[in-house]
Design a protein around this ligand. Structure first.
Ligand code: BG6
Length: 484
């Protein structure tokens, strides 16, 4: 479907996300010939830069993040980029933006708020005041979408005064990842899995997002956030929703979002006792990642000396529904881990009886591994006969490598999500009530950690986190996949 002409306005236009992800994503779509000839990307920011000065910044900070650079198309793309100095909190500075934009019903106006969340309400108010919040404009909200239930509600309320829910695109870039959408395809485009996708056949689910990187230069943000807010409340819970949701009636936004909301509302609430038993939080110490010595979290630039911020969380969650009651969902995320890895592992129950000359215990239960990073693919672990004489069964793999199977070029998550915003497709974006339900579930954990003075458990950089994380899953007689 061809895109309607647009002006995409990036608030925080000279910031990190814009330079690293958003401008490269728009460039890639330009190269792919998805953008209408007169579509523009309007970057707004506080600096009183001229157009030339801004483009020099783009050269320096954005161009290095472009994967397939080509000089001619880059020059053409830069002609679409316009810089407008603006102070987000000062409505008098919005006039320049108003004058720059095209006020034509055939031009979609999109405001992408890649700013700290405390500015969302004010920006929306200011857009409304100068007449830029038109009924067919759209607003994109980048995370963090609040830091607790109260602030998330506030954002929803304030933004909702200016824009209707159907105009609001709350981004979780994990939903833009190809494999996540493939999980929808796997579950609802095949008859094979749905009958087995329930407590009778599935023993447990593991969801891991492990990173090798540390906090880098984001200490100011990260230390007030931590892994629970930064990764678990959003990315991991969204993955959990896609795994666990009931079949939606269609791929329409509200059908999918209703199904996800139901999962979030069915998550078993933690009490002070159950959360102490079922959640492990850690903080990295000095160690080695890829053979390189890396510092302790508390020795990173600008780190508070006695910071209690967690850089690792592992937990056992449960979903109180007929489909999932009693099936543990183990969630885990951390920085400075042994490897960069994002995957979902669905493990099925063991066979009930062996007809072969080997004990039932020698049959590795089937599992489905859905891998998001670093490579994308699906793996089904089965038992198969070893070739030759006799009847000896061993674990074997059935693998679907998306790069091998489909030669079509892949899109970065931001490319896909930006295209969806420009097309007006809301399915891969969170609805306001979903956001609140996710915070509501996380809230008791935040409160409990705030209330006591316990410390996260230290773990050595370059490992899979504190030993308590292995013990958490080990208690149920299981292991994390990499440790098995
Ligand atoms: C972001 C977090 O949302 O996701 C970062 O704020 C994290 O801390 C990043 O590094 C991970 O995303 P990806 O796509 O690299 O796995």
């Amino acid at each position: 479907m061809a895109l309607q002409d647009f002006d995409l306005v990036l608030f925080g236009g000279s910031g990190d996300l814009s330079m690293r992800k958003l401008l490269p994503a728009m460039y890639a779509r330009d190269v792919a010939k998805d953008l209408p000839p007169s579509a523009r990307v309007i970057c707004v920011g506080r600096h009183e830069w001229s157009q030339e000065e801004f483009l020099a910044t783009v050269e320096q900070n954005s161009r290095p993040h472009i994967k397939k650079f080509e000089a001619k198309s880059w020059e053409a793309f830069k002609k679409r980029v316009v810089y407008v100095p603006l102070n987000a909190t000062d409505v008098s500075t919005y006039k320049a933006l108003y004058d720059c934009l095209r006020h034509d019903p055939n031009v979609t106006l999109v405001y992408y708020l890649a700013t700290p969340p405390h500015l969302f309400a004010q920006i929306c108010d200011n857009l409304a005041e100068v007449g830029l919040a038109t009924p067919n404009s759209r607003v994109v909200l980048e995370k963090p979408l609040g830091r607790d239930l109260e602030s998330a509600r506030q954002i929803n309320k304030e933004v909702g005064k200016v824009f209707a829910e159907s105009q609001i695109y709350r981004i979780d870039h994990y939903l833009g990842k190809e494999t996540v959408q493939n999980l929808l395809a796997l579950r609802f485009g095949n008859i094979l899995f749905e009958p087995l996708w329930r407590r009778e056949w599935i023993s447990d689910v593991q969801i891991t997002i492990a990173e090798k990187i540390g906090v880098g230069n984001r200490m100011g943000y990260y230390d007030t956030s931590g892994a629970l807010r930064d990764m678990l409340q959003n990315h991991l819970l969204q993955l959990l929703c896609i795994v666990a949701m009931e079949p939606p009636t269609s791929i329409a936004p509200d059908a999918v979002r209703d199904a996800k909301l139901q999962v979030l509302r069915s998550l078993k609430r933690f009490t002070p006792t159950t959360l102490a038993q079922n959640i492990v939080r850690g903080q990295y110490r000095a160690g080695h990642v890829d053979g390189q010595a890396v510092p302790s979290y508390r020795d990173e630039p600008d780190a508070p000396e006695y910071s209690r911020t967690e850089t690792f969380v592992a937990m056992k969650a449960e979903i109180d529904t007929w489909r999932w009651a009693g099936v543990p969902f183990y969630l885990r995320t951390g920085k400075r881990m042994a490897d960069r890895l994002a995957e979902i592992v669905v493990r099925f129950k063991p066979i009930p009886h062996s007809i072969f000359n080997q004990p039932t215990s020698s049959f590795q239960p089937n599992s489905l591994v859905i891998r998001l990073q670093p490579d994308e693919g699906l793996k089904m672990n089965l038992m198969a006969k070893t070739p030759g004489d006799g009847m000896r069964l061993k674990p074997a793999e059935l693998e679907l490598d998306f790069n091998e199977q489909f030669k079509t070029p892949r899109m970065d998550a931001y490319e896909r999500l930006l295209l969806d915003v420009l097309r007006g497709q809301l399915t891969l974006f969170m609805r306001g009530d979903e956001l609140e339900a996710a915070w509501e579930w996380v809230e008791p954990i935040l409160q409990s950690w705030d209330a006591d003075d316990s410390q996260p458990i230290p773990y050595t950089s370059g490992t899979w986190g504190p030993a308590a994380s292995s013990a958490l899953i080990g208690r149920d007689g299981l292991q994390w996949r990499e440790e098995a």
